[in-house]
Design a protein around this ligand. Structure first.
Ligand code: GLC
Length: 543
C-alpha cells in the first residue's frame, strides 16, 4: 500500500503557501495511523515549476521551495523509523529547459555533442520535422535561433515547451541516469516511480503520426512516440542496477514502478516482466466507467495479463493528473473516460454526494484486490476536486497550451486540509498556492478521526483488514451474483483462503446480501440489511 504525496500540497512548514519536505516529515504519523507501507513523493527537485516540478533542472538536489537535501535525509530517516518506505519520482523522458544540458545545447550548434543529448532536428522548410503534438496542446516541436540569429533547428517536447525530450539512444544520457539513480539509492530511497516510462524511445526516423489516429484515445501501440520496444532494454538495465542494492533475504524491497499510459494491456504487462520493473500503474482500471460488467472485465483482464508475466497487479483510482474519483464518479455521465481535464465554474457541476458514495464503494472494491495499490493524498478524506477554481489561479500548463480549452489538473492538486479551521485549514501558516474549496473544512481529519462511518475510518478499517488477512497475496474467485439473488449490476468475488467476500452494488435498486455472512466493513449505511445502490461491503462467512 503506497500513498502518493504531492509535496506542494500536503503540508507547508515555512508558511510560503507551498508544501515542503519539513512539512511532510511533521505529518508522517498520519500515514502510520492510516496503515500504509510506503509513500511516493512527486518531484521536489530544483525546477522552474512550469509543470509543477516535472520539469527538472537538477536531478540531485532539492528545490529551496521544498527545503534542502538535509531535510530530505531527515524525512527518509523519520519515515524509516516509522516503518515507512520512501519512493521518489524520477523524470527521465525530458529535462527542464533550465537544465544546464539544455542551455549548453542551445549555445552549441547543430550536430554538436551538446545537442545530441536532446532531439534536435532540421525542419521541413518552415515546418517542424514531423506532425507530432504535445500532450499539453500545440505542436511537439519548437524552433530555436540558428547561428546567424535566423530560424534554426527544432527540438522535440512531448510535453511543455519547457520540457525538452532527451535522446535515450545517447550513451551519455543513459550514463547520467545511472548515476542519478545511484545518488538517491545511496541516500536511502526504497525505489522510483518512473515518469512517462513509455516515452523514452521514439520510433526510428521519427515518422509522422498517422493523421487518422487520435493521440488521446487511440492505443499507444499505433503511435511512434510511445511504447517503443527499446524502452524495455533501459528498464532491464535499471533493474540490474537497483538489484545491486537489494540484499536477497534481508533488505530486498527497492522497486521500480512505471507510469506508462499504454494500451493494450499485454503491452503494459511487458513493463513488469521479471527482469524489468516491479509495478506498473493499472490505468485501465482507473479509466473504467462505473459499470459492473466493465469493472469485472477490467479486473479479470488485468489480473490475467499481470499473471502471464508473473507480476502482481498495481491498482490506483486517483493521482495528481486526473480528476479525483470522488468527483469523477459524481458526473452526470459517469461513463466518460477523458479524465485529465479539470472542471471549471461554467462546466456542469458533479453531484458531490453521489460522487463520494461511489468513490467509497470503488475504494472498497479496490482495496480487496490482489496485488498492490496506490492512494492519492486526501482521498482517504473523501476530498473532491476543486471544481470552481477561478481560471486566473490555474497553473497547469495545459490550460495555456490548449488555448484555454482544457482546464487541466489543478483541481486535484489543491492543498489538503488538516483541521476544520485556522489558516489554510492547517495546511500551513501561509496563504495556500491554490484556494481550498469550502467543503474541505468539513472533510479535515479532525472532523473524521474516530467518527464511525467517516471516509477516514473506512480507509483505516479497509487497510487494517487488508493487512491482517494478507489480501495482497490472495487469489480472487468471481462469485455469480445470481447465487444470492442479485443481478448483473452486482460485482462479487471471494478472496480464497482469506474468509472474505466482496459485494458491490452498481445497480439502481437495493439487493439482499448472501445468507450466512456478517459484515466486516461497509462503504455506507445499509437499510434493513440490504445493500443500497453504489455501495460495497466486505463479508465474513459465519456458520
Ligand atoms: C507525468 C506526470 C505529469 C507530468 C508529465 C510530464 O504524466 O504524472 O504530472 O505533467 O508526466 O512530465
Amino acid at each position: 500500500m503506497i500513498y502518493q504525496i504531492y509535496p506542494r500540497s500536503w503540508a507547508d512548514h515555512d508558511g510560503d503557501g507551498i508544501g515542503d519536505l519539513p512539512g511532510i516529515t511533521s505529518r508522517l504519523d498520519h500515514l502510520v495511523d492510516l496503515g500504509v507501507d510506503a509513500l511516493w513523493l512527486s518531484p521536489f527537485y530544483p525546477s522552474p515549476q512550469h509543470d509543477a516540478g516535472y520539469d527538472v533542472a537538477d536531478y540531485r538536489d532539492v528545490d529551496p521551495m521544498f527545503g534542502t537535501l538535509d531535510d530530505f535525509d531527515r524525512l527518509v530517516d523519520r519515515a524509516h523509523a516509522l516503518g515507512l518506505r520512501v519512493i521518489v519520482d524520477i523524470v527521465p523522458n525530458h529535462t527542464s529547459s533550465d537544465h544546464p544540458w539544455f542551455r549548453q545545447a542551445l549555445a552549441s550548434g547543430s550536430g554538436s555533442p551538446e545537442r545530441a543529448r536532446y532531439v534536435f532536428r532540421d525542419g521541413q522548410g518552415n515546418e517542424p520535422p514531423n506532425n507530432w503534438t504535445s500532450r499539453f496542446g500545440g505542436p511537439a516541436w519548437t524552433r530555436v535561433p540558428g547561428p546567424d540569429g535566423g530560424p534554426g533547428q527544432w527540438y522535440l517536447h512531448l510535453f511543455d515547451v519547457t520540457q525538452p525530450d532527451l535522446d535515450w539512444t545517447n550513451a551519455e544520457v543513459r550514463h547520467e541516469f545511472d548515476t542519478i539513480l545511484r545518488f538517491w539509492l545511496d541516500r536511502g530511497v526504497d525505489g522510483f516511480r518512473v515518469d512517462v516510462a513509455h516515452g523514452l524511445a521514439k520510433a526510428d526516423g521519427l515518422p509522422d503520426l498517422d493523421p487518422t489516429i487520435d493521440p488521446v484515445r487511440s492505443p499507444t501501440a499505433l503511435q511512434p512516440m510511445w511504447d517503443q520496444p527499446e524502452v524495455h532494454e533501459i528498464y532491464r538495465h535499471w533493474r540490474r542496477l537497483v538489484d545491486t542494492y537489494n540484499v536477497p533475504g534481508e533488505d530486498a524491497d527497492r522497486i521500480l514502478c512505471a507510469e506508462a499510459w499504454v494500451e493494450p494491456r499485454e503491452a503494459l504487462a511487458r513493463y513488469v516482466r521479471s527482469d524489468e520493473m516491479h509495478q506498473s500503474f493499472n490505468f485501465n482500471f482507473l479509466l473504467t466507467p462505473w459499470r459492473a460488467d466493465l469493472i469485472r472485465a477490467s479486473i479479470t483482464d488485468s489480473l490475467k495479463h499481470a499473471a502471464d508475466v508473473g507480476a502482481p497487479q498495481t491498482w490506483v483510482l486517483s493521482n495528481h493528473d486526473v480528476v479525483r474519483h470522488a468527483t469523477r464518479l459524481g458526473r452526470a455521465d459517469a461513463t466518460r473516460t477523458v479524465i485529465t481535464s479539470g472542471i471549471g465554474t461554467d462546466d456542469p457541476q458533479p453531484d458531490p454526494v453521489l460522487g463520494l458514495r461511489r468513490a467509497r464503494a470503488a475504494t472498497t472494491v479496490m482495496l480487496a484486490l490482489p496485488g498492490s495499490a496506490y492512494l492519492y493524498q486526501g482521498e482517504e478524506l473523501g476530498l473532491p476536486d476543486a471544481t470552481k477554481l477561478p481560471d486566473a489561479v490555474r497553473q497547469d500548463p495545459t490550460w495555456l497550451r490548449s488555448g484555454h480549452t482544457d482546464r487541466g489538473r489543478d483541481g486535484c492538486r489543491v492543498p489538503v486540509p488538516w483541521s476544520s479551521n485556522g489558516p489554510s485549514l492547517g495546511f500551513g501558516p501561509g496563504h495556500p498556492w491554490l484556494p481550498q474549496p469550502d467543503v474541505y473544512a468539513q472533510l479535515a481529519p479532525d472532523r473524521q478521526r474516530g467518527v464511525p462511518g467517516s471516509t477516514l475510518e473506512l480507509y483505516r478499517r479497509l487497510l487494517r483488514i487488508r493487512r491482517q488477512r494478507h489480501l495482497g497475496t490472495a487469489r480472487l474467485d468471481w462469485v455469480d451474483p445470481v447465487t444470492f439473488g442479485a443481478g448483473e449490476d452486482v460485482i462479487s468475488f471471494d478472496l480464497v483462503g482469506r474468509d472474505l467476500r466482496v459485494v458491490a452494488n452498481l445497480g439502481a435498486t437495493p439487493v439482499d446480501l448472501p445468507a450466512g455472512s456478517e459484515i466486516l466493513v461497509a462503504s455506507g449505511d445499509l437499510e434493513s440489511g440490504r445493500l443500497q445502490p453504489d455501495m460495497a461491503v466486505w463479508l465474513h462467512p459465519v456458520d
